[in-house]
Each structure stands twice: as C-alpha cells, then as structure tokens.
Design a protein around this ligand. Structure first.
Ligand code: PLP
Length: 379
C-alpha cells in the first residue's frame, strides 16, 4: 500500500559531505591519515568545549580502546549498565574481563546508582574491586551524572561514558561525552550524525589522546622499520569517513532541533491517549538530543493494546519501530554473569517501543504515523 518505508533513524546528509570527500581524493589521502581526520576531531573538540578527541572506525572500538586505556585486563571485573546495546558490553569480553550487570533506575532508564554501589561493595567484600564503570546515556537522555560520579569517586573507580547515543545532549549545560574519565561517541548509520561507520574517544589529556591514536594505528614504536613493544589495533577512522563527518558536524545543531521536534510531535500525539507515556527528561537540568523518541505502553490502561500491537500495526503500514534494548543480563550470551538490581530494565523492555525519530522525516511521514496511531487507539 505504502511504497516508501519510514525508518526508525536513517542517515541524513547535510550537503557538503562530498566536497570533503573530494578533498581527500584530490590530496590522495585515501587512508586512515589526513586533514579530514584532523579537522573532524577539531570540530568535535570545539563543539564539546572540553576534552581531546581521537576519531576511530567505530563506537565499539572506542569502547574497547577506552577499557584498555583504563587498564582493564583479563580477569578484572567491569560494572556495566544492563539495559544498553550489546556493543557497550562486548569489549569487556574482548579484554577477557568479567562483566557485572546493573539495573536501570526509572527516571532516566540508565545506570541505577543504588544497585551500582551495592555491586561495588559486594565485589570489594569478595576481594575484587571492579576496574571500571560503563554508564550509558540511552536514547540521548543523560544518566544520573552527579549520583553515579559520587559512587565512582567514593570507591575510586573510573567511568567509561558511553555517549554513543547522546552527541549534543547535556547536563547542567555541560556536554555529554565529557563527564567520564573516558567518553565515547558512535557515528554509525543510525546515529544522530554518521560517518557511515565511525566512532570517537574523548580523553581529558592530550597525552591520552596520543596514546589512543598510537594504539589505534598498530602501536608502532619510533623506528624506520616496523617495531612494536605493545599490542596494537587497527581502529583509526578513514580520511574518507572523516570527510562525511566534517559535513555532518555543520548540520548537527539543526538535526538536534529536528529530532527534538519529532519528540514534541509524539508528546502531542499521545497526550490524549491513556496508558501511553512518551519518555522525557526528568527535569530542566537535563537536555536530550532525543536521538530516538520512545514510549511505554501499559496494556492494563489501553484496553489490552500492547507495544507489540502497536509495533505490528506500524509494520503493516511499512513504518519501522523497535522494542527498547533488551537488557544484557537477559541475553543468552551474557545471562551467566552476575546482575544487581530488580526488574526495572526488564519491565521497560517489555513495555517500551522506539518510534521513527530521524531528522529527515517529512510532514507526510508524520501524518502517516499519526493516522495509524489514532486508528489503533480508536481516536
Ligand atoms: C551504537 C552504539 C554503540 C556502538 O557504536 P558502533 O559505532 O555501532 O560500533 C555502543 N553503545 C551504544 C549505546 C550504542 O547505541
């Protein structure tokens, strides 16, 4: 019936990306070295207002390098928000370390500071202090920055801030990505801006940035031949991809506004529908890029309509939506690891749905979404 598919979050080119790609071709820097990389890093550093940025080939490799820079080794314990994308947790296993999963709290859906402290105290009692905390800003909403930092500092455990979904979000005016001991961004195709595939690591010293680049480019010692004293990785961003990133940085602010407009559209749409709540920041200290607009559907208040009923109705109309991230402690690959908390993330997963949120959705797209929703809820 409908020809064009409405995607959850599709790439959105700004217009000057190909000009920067052309510059890479003209200078023949078709490599993970070149001006586009330097400019792209500089653009992000300026945007963030603090920190040093190294551009990498994915958010996942940024998390892996982050754990390495924090000294995580085989056998170490690493605390990780359970409700997240698997890429937050997989690098713990790449290092041979052991994840300890932590429940969410219901205000931001992110790392619960109370369950976090419980896990730390328990681990220390058992003689093994965790090496790092991985905290995530899900869907662009900042985690409880002050509370998580307080627990981390109380036990002197560094934070790896997974800001993959939160470029442009902030807390008390300070940009996400700059709160952790290490911060991480993703520029995958579905994120608020994309380099097709890409990521970045944010550090608080120039030396640490240089170390990240050194490790990301095969850890070559200074010598005319290839000399190595450390294990290296091939994690650097390509100069072609960085050209896309330069173009995307020019439109980032505009795209944040457009994503926030999508969120406002859903707040308006669901205002009159009982039993459906649009996930929104807890108070004015939080600013979300609303990378994805998400809702909770409570079937007891909707005459039995569940998030799955809505998802299938949208799918029939060629509109993509998706359940929230399934918590890691419920995943077959991770369920054998220890988990602290109750069932908050599990309940969110059971009732939550991500809705089309892209910055390139049209008025017609919105009208299509609206008509399906209103029809399903008999409005
Ligand atoms: C997208 C994402 C990542 C991984 O980034 P890639 O660039 O796809 O490797 C990590 N964590 C979260 C929370 C993400 O959403």
């Amino acid at each position: 019936m409908y020809k064009n598919k409405i995607w959850l979050s599709a790439p959105h080119m700004g217009g000057s990306e190909q000009k920067y790609i052309q510059e890479a071709f003209d200078s023949n820097w078709i490599a993970p070295v070149g001006d586009n990389i330097n400019y792209f890093e500089h653009n992000i550093e300026t945007y963030l207002g603090s920190g040093y940025v190294a551009a990498l080939n994915s958010g996942t490799s940024a998390i892996h390098l982050g754990l390495i820079l924090l000294g995580v080794q085989a056998g170490d314990a690493v605390l990780c928000q359970s409700m997240t994308f698997s890429a937050s947790a997989n690098p713990i296993l790449y290092q041979g370390a052991i994840p300890i999963f932590i429940d969410s709290e219901s205000d931001t859906w992110n790392l619960c500071p109370i369950a976090l402290e419980e896990a730390i105290v328990d681990s220390i009692t058992k003689g093994k202090k965790p090496k790092a905390i991985i905290a995530v800003h899900l869907y662009g909403i900042p985690y409880k920055i002050d509370e998580v930092r307080m627990v981390a500092d109380k036990y002197s455990i560094p934070i790896l801030e997974d800001s993959a979904e939160a470029l442009g979000s902030s807390y008390n005016g300070k940009k996400c990505g700059t709160f952790g001991d290490i911060g991480v961004f993703s520029f995958n195709g579905s994120k608020i801006i994309t380099t097709s595939s890409g990521g970045a690591i944010v550090t608080n010293s120039e030396k640490l940035k240089e170390k990240a680049i050194f490790l990301a480019t095969q850890a070559r010692d200074e010598a005319p031949h290839y000399q190595h004293s450390e294990i290296g990785y091939n994690y650097r961003m390509s100069n072609i991809c960085a050209g896309i990133g330069r173009g995307q940085m020019e439109v980032l602010e505009e795209y944040i506004d457009l994503r926030r407009n999508m969120h406002a559209f859903y707040v308006d749409l669901f205002a009159a529908i009982e039993g459906v709540t649009v996930f929104t920041v807890p108070n004015a200290n939080y600013f979300s890029n609303y990378w994805l607009s998400t809702i909770l559907v409570h079937p007891s208040e909707t005459n039995g309509i569940s998030r799955e009923t809505l998802r299938l109705a949208l799918e029939t109309a060629n509109i993509e939506s998706r359940p929230l991230w399934k918590p890691m402690h419920l995943q077959p690959v991770f369920c054998k690891y220890v988990y602290y908390g109750s069932n908050i993330s599990e309940t969110l997963f059971n009732n939550g749905l991500c809705l089309p949120s892209g910055s390139n959705l049209s008025e017609t797209d919105r009208a299509r979404i609206k008509s399906i929703v209103l029809k399903l809820f008999n409005k």
